[in-house]
Design a protein around this ligand. Structure first.
Ligand SMILES: Nc1nc2c(ncn2[C@@H]2O[C@H](COP(=O)(O)OP(=O)(O)OP(=O)(O)O)[C@@H](O)[C@H]2O)c(=O)[nH]1
Length: 393
């Protein structure tokens, strides 16, 4: 009997022990699975290709329950920002400080000498030298000095303001304010105006083509750019960027393609799109005069099958002085240059080049580059230029 009671007691204890264990074990197993899997999105996870990263412990053994993936919506392609550049009017006035800064030596040097105690032979020689140093050219420097000397004598004045006025008038007369400096960008009915940019590499030709496109757009026109400088692939690339910024089509071909065919296609496309102005950048390598003549002559002839060429703008780097002038002469001999663009005027004290180049080529300076910024190209205004040189308010 006692034995039976002992056996029953052992059985009951064993039953309780097994039951308790059964109750505890399932709980432990449920624990980790209850935990929600953490899903971390990589940067920019809103777009396509977002990666769910599992925590290491879950990846090892736990049953990770991933949240349903949100439908992947591809990011829209970036819309190029089309800029609206400022109009051309008043640009030189805006950039006057830069001009005044670079031409300061030239203007102030002259004014200081003229305001000195004595105006003798030596002083007049110094005045002439300053003008020559500023690239005015020997002939013009002599004429300006003589003209000023006569005016000062006739007026019998040494008053600083009066002398400044006389110098202003003399310089202005040599820059010739009466020349027509209009850049002909206006279309002819259905036909766009065509502008050829010529000049040696590195003078800022491609940049100027891009800046000019902005001037035209800023003035309310529409533009197409032709990358006929097929010599350098980067030039077409550069032009493409300029075009995109103002929403202009750029016609280009592979490196080494025939520049004339690019120019022809550009004008044809310009007609088709109904744009007002087609600006064509050319390579104009100065390897030989005959080569240059062939290349530019062909471009011009081919373009003229579609439309007249309204402007041939010769781009010159103002910092290159006499070298630039030599280049200018060669270009003027091979193509009918209708206007000059002087770039990098912000980087030289030799603003007198304007007088010399106009005198040599008989062609007006129409635009000046005064910096690397996209809108640092201004229509040339003789009065604003002289006032900046002399810092006249
Ligand atoms: N400071 C200053 N830099 C300028 C001006 N105009 C152009 N540049 C710079 O001159 C450099 C040469 O300009 P590009 O337009 O590439 O010269 P390019 O004549 O077209 O040369 P290619 O494309 O090789 O024919 C660039 O760094 C321009 O930013 C200007 O008015 N002032």
């Amino acid at each position: 009997m006692d034995y039976t009671i002992v056996v029953i007691a052992i059985f009951v204890v064993a039953l309780v022990a097994v039951g308790g264990a059964l109750l505890v074990i399932p709980r432990r197993q449920v624990g980790p699975a209850e935990k929600k899997p953490e899903v971390e999105r990589s940067e920019g996870s809103s777009g396509a290709g977002a990666t769910a990263v599992l925590e290491p412990e879950e990846a090892e053994g736990g049953t990770a329950v991933a949240e349903p993936e949100a439908p992947v919506v591809p990011a829209p392609p970036p819309v190029p920002q089309i800029e609206l550049p400022p109009p051309s009017a008043g640009r030189l006035v805006r950039l006057r400080a830069r001009l005044a800064q670079s031409q300061n030596v030239f203007g102030r040097g002259l004014l200081n000498l003229l305001a000195g105690d004595k105006l003798d032979e030596d002083t007049w020689e110094e005045i002439e030298e300053i003008l020559i140093t500023a690239d005015v050219g020997v002939t013009s420097a002599t004429q300006i000095t003589e003209g000023l000397r006569t005016r000062v004598r006739v007026m019998g004045t040494r008053d600083a303001d009066e002398v400044r006025k006389l110098l202003r008038a003399e310089l202005l007369a040599h820059i010739n304010p009466d020349l027509d400096r209009t850049v002909r960008t206006e279309p002819h009915g259905e036909r766009p105006a065509v502008i050829l940019m010529v000049g040696v590499n590195g003078v800022g030709k491609t940049t100027t083509a891009g800046k000019l496109a902005r001037v035209v757009v800023g003035d309310g026109g529409s533009v197409l750019l032709g990358a006929a400088d097929t010599f350098r692939a980067a030039a077409a690339e550069q032009l493409q960027t300029w075009g995109e910024r103002v929403g202009a089509t750029v016609v280009r071909k592979e490196e080494g393609a025939d520049p004339a065919s690019v120019a022809f296609d550009a004008v044809a496309k310009g007609l088709e799109e109904g744009v007002g102005t087609v600006i064509i950048d050319t390579a104009g390598r100065l390897h030989t005069k005959t080569g240059l003549m062939d290349e530019l002559g062909k471009v011009k002839r081919v373009v003229e099958k579609k439309s007249q060429v309204d402007e041939v703008l010769l781009v010159l780097d103002a910092t290159t002085g006499q070298n630039g002038l030599r280049q200018a002469r060669v270009f003027a001999e091979v193509v009918n240059v209708t206007g000059i663009v002087l770039t990098k005027m912000d980087g030289t004290a030799k603003g007198g080049i304007i007088i010399q180049v106009q005198r040599e080529l008989g062609v007006p300076v129409k635009l000046v580059g005064l910096g690397e910024g996209p809108d640092d190209l201004a229509p040339f205004d003789p009065e604003a230029f002289v006032d900046a040189i002399l810092e006249t308010p």
